[in-house]
Design a binder for this molecule. Structure first.
Ligand SMILES: [Fe+2]
Length: 166
């Protein structure tokens, strides 16, 4: 692939990923303001940009491997790499007195560590159905059909949780 096309793919991937995250936040804000039609459109746009980002990533990295390969990549590379980045960011935020960011980065590192334990549980067949509750504020994931009263990572109320599963 021509280097300029690779560069476009990388830039567009970052922008589409950021766009998807921002539209999800805009949807929450619109819903809080009672603008439900606008909120639904932002949700649709968020999912659309997430799909665009996935398509761009496939072009950049090639097709993903088998499900077993992907699980190993998650367990041994992607998630540990992100935890390390969050830990370094947490340390830098601490050094520079950025308390809010220190908290946010360290919460994200804890959430990523939870991914590892959930993936291992699936790997060991300790989770059969795959019902989860996801905190829409910090990303904390809990197994099961019930959201906690408050998120154990960021203290968001159960209303901020989204159910995911079959
Ligand atoms: Fe949370």
């Amino acid at each position: 692939m021509h280097p300029i096309i690779t560069q476009h793919l990388e830039t567009l991937f970052l922008k589409a990923s950021r766009g998807a995250a921002r539209k999800a936040i805009y949807a929450l804000r619109a819903r809080q303001g009672g603008e439900s039609a606008l909120a639904a459109l932002y949700d649709a746009m968020s999912q659309s940009e997430a799909a665009q980002a996935r398509r761009l990533l496939i072009q950049l990295r090639g097709q993903t491997g088998t499900s077993g390969d992907n699980r190993q990549t998650c367990l041994t590379e992607e998630i540990p790499d992100l935890i390390e980045n969050y830990n370094t960011a947490t340390e830098h935020a601490r050094e520079h007195g950025e308390r809010a960011m220190q908290g946010a980065f360290s919460q994200s590192a804890r959430v990523e560590k939870i991914y590892l334990s959930l993936l291992r549980k699936v790997e060991q067949n300790k989770i059969s159905q795959g019902h989860y509750q996801v905190c829409r504020f910090c990303g904390f994931i809990r197994e099961g059909h019930e959201a906690p009263e408050n998120c154990p990572i960021c203290t968001a109320p159960s209303s901020r949780f989204q159910a995911v599963g079959p």
